[in-house]
Each structure stands twice: as structure tokens, then as C-alpha cells.
Design a binder for this molecule. Structure first.
Ligand SMILES: [Zn+2]
Length: 329
């Protein structure tokens, strides 16, 4: 199939025991092509919950997209009770642009700041609205996958909700079985944020945000990052008993609270620590030098922690964050 006409998730899953994939057209572009969503559905032979996974909310974070496609092809619908819905790219305009942002809005829009979207807004706001209403609202759980993209390196880390209720408990369980090394409780939840995972929570749908990799890892660990992400999706399907198998045991995980650490001066950015390295308060994390090779700033660890991410460019802007430090709980 190449195109869904009048896409209706509930109608599609009425015909059980099949895989279907295609595009949902959302709006015509000047060249006659469409702003669209690619959709892959593995509909189990037996009825059951719907787990939704998406990637490329930011168009340069490709690991989730490849993992979703891989999970879809690996599933056996004859042995499934419920449905896997994969939307490998929710921000197609940004994806085409090989960038975090698309170019179709009047000014660049960060799609993960505008959920639940707006049906009278710009095209990104409309896509966000369409996705929230036609996909997220109809799912029993959401896995919304991010990564370091073009700018950042990220250790495998899963963000989850922490509001001391049933939805949060499910979110925590999903995060755990997803299997990434680091777990990150969302302590900055706000009622009016535009983050997709928080909007999903407000819609009553437990969600997690796994993050992994980035452009700096794609020579060496692309396949591993994709297969680890796919394995995480599969384990969430086991939690929801869509795949009738025991949940697979996961590696020892580390609970962290993550801060973005900012530098004052811009210049050449020389990280002094490796990803995953434990650091002590006061240790130097990065040195900034100018065009004459002189040190003009340095970043020191504000507390004992672990390096979970860093700015991947050799050059950084003034007053920008260049390191993500996890406080181990
Ligand atoms: Zn992202």
C-alpha cells in the first residue's frame, strides 16, 4: 500500500492479522506532493492494546526511524494480541531537510515544543495536532524516540513521567524494560508544555522518550544503536502482552537527573571526558580556546556525576550548553 485514504486507526485495526504500511497525506505542497506521515501497522491476529512508536520528531534523529521500521518487519502478526503502530518520521519536512527543523513554516518551529498542536496553526502545528488526535489519543502507550541528531552525542537514556499515578507507573515500567543504560525521571513536568511525551501523559497515554546516539556515532555504532532501540520496542510490546513472551531481562541501569551545563565564551570546544565517564565535582569537563590557541573558558563539574551527552561540534557558541551531566541517584 502506498496511501491510506481517510485514515482511521480504529477502522484499520478491525481487519486483524495483517501488516499494512503507507502514507497518510496531510496537506498539499506547492509542487503537488504532500506533507505526509509514513505509517506501518502490525495488527495482531487477536485483539489487544495499541502501542505507538514514533521517530524523527526532530528530523535529524534517525535511530528511532530505523528501529521502528526494523521492529515492524520483525513482528509476527499471527502471534500478536494487539497492534504495533510505527510512525518512523512525524516531522517529514525536517527529515527531508536533514535537520532538526523543517522549512515549511514561516519561521523554523521545534516540533517537540508545540504539541498538542493547533488545527489552525502553521503546518508543523497542524501536523502535531493531526498526530496527537489521530494517533496518540487512540494508543494505549507511546514510545517517542529521540537522539543526538546533528548536534549532540547522547548515551542511551530513557526519560519517563514521574507524577505518582498509574500512568506514571506504567511509564516507569516501560522505561525500565526498554533497557537503555540510563533512566531519567522527568522532574520538570509542566501542564502547558509542548513536549509530546507530556502531552501524551495529559491525554492519559503512558509514554517514554528514549534518546540515543547522534551523528558522531553513526560510523561505529549505527547498527547497534538501531538494534538496541528495536529490542526496547519489542520489550515494551511484551509488557503490554502484545507479544506473548516473558519480558526479556535488561542490563543494570543507572538512575540520573540530567542538567545541561552552559559555557560563557564561544570558541573551539575540547571535551576532557569520555561519554559515560564518572566525574568528580570541580573536575574540568571542557576547555574553550580562541583562534590564537589561548584558553578563554573552561567548564567544571558542578557536582559528582556521569557524562551522558555532549555538544558534538568542535566549535561552540557563547552561552550555549556543551555538556549533559547526570547526577547519579
Ligand atoms: Zn529530539
Amino acid at each position: 500500500m502506498s496511501e491510506f485514504k481517510n485514515f482511521d486507526l480504529e477502522k484499520e485495526i478491525e481487519t486483524r492479522g495483517r501488516k499494512i504500511h503507507g502514507f497518510v497525506n496531510i496537506a498539499a505542497k506547492p509542487d503537488g506532493s504532500y506533507v505526509k506521515l509514513p505509517v506501518l501497522m502490525a495488527i495482531g491476529k487477536e485483539d489487544g492494546p495499541i502501542v505507538l512508536a514514533d521517530g524523527c520528531n526532530h528530523g535529524d534523529e534517525h535511530e528511532g526511524a530505523e528501529a521502528i521500521i526494523s521492529a515492524y518487519h520483525a513482528l509476527d502478526v499471527d502471534r500478536m494480541k494487539g497492534t504495533f503502530v510505527g510512525v518512523p518520521v512525524i516531522n517529514m519536512e525536517a527529515f527531508n531537510n536533514l535537520s532538526r527543523y523543517g522549512t515549511s513554516d514561516f519561521v523554523p518551529v521545534d516540533m517537540n515544543r508545540i504539541f498538542p498542536g493547533n488545527d489552525k496553526g502553521t503546518i508543523s502545528q497542524y501536523v502535531a495536532h493531526f498526530y496527537a488526535e489521530n494517533f496518540v489519543r487512540k494508543a494505549n502507550a507511546l514510545i517517542t524516540i529521540h537522539g543526538g541528531g546533528n548536534y549532540l552525542y547522547l548515551e542511551p537514556i530513557t526519560l519517563y513521567q514521574d507524577n505518582n499515578d498509574e500512568i506514571s507507573k506504567k511509564s516507569a515500567e516501560m522505561a525500565k524494560v526498554f533497557g537503555f543504560k540510563y533512566l531519567w525521571k522527568n522532574k520538570d513536568y509542566s501542564e502547558d508544555s509542548g513536549f509530546l511525551d507530556e502531552v501524551s501523559y495529559r491525554l492519559g497515554v503512558p509514554s517514554i522518550t528514549p534518546e540515543i546516539g547522534g551523528q558522531t556515532t553513526r560510523n561505529g555504532s549505527r547498527e547497534k544503536n538501531i538494534s538496541d532501540t528495536r529490542d526496547g520496542i519489542m520489550n515494551v510490546l511484551r509488557v503490554f502482552e502484545i507479544i506473548d513472551e516473558p519480558v526479556k531481562p535488561v542490563q543494570q541501569q543507572i538512575n540520573v537527573e540530567v542538567d545541561y551545563l552552559f559555557i560563557k565564551e564561544g570558541g573551539f570546544n575540547k571535551p576532557q571526558k569520555r561519554p559515560g565517564e564518572r566525574v568528580k565535582k570541580g573536575e574540568c569537563l571542557a576547555i574553550i580556546t580562541n583562534l590564537f590557541g589561548e584558553e578563554i573558558d573552561r567548564l567544571e563539574a558542578p557536582y559528582d556525576g556521569v557524562i551522558v551527552g555532549y555538544w558534538a561540534y568542535s566549535v561552540c557558541q557563547p552561552r550555549s550548553w556543551i555538556c549533559m551531566l547526570g547526577k547519579v541517584e
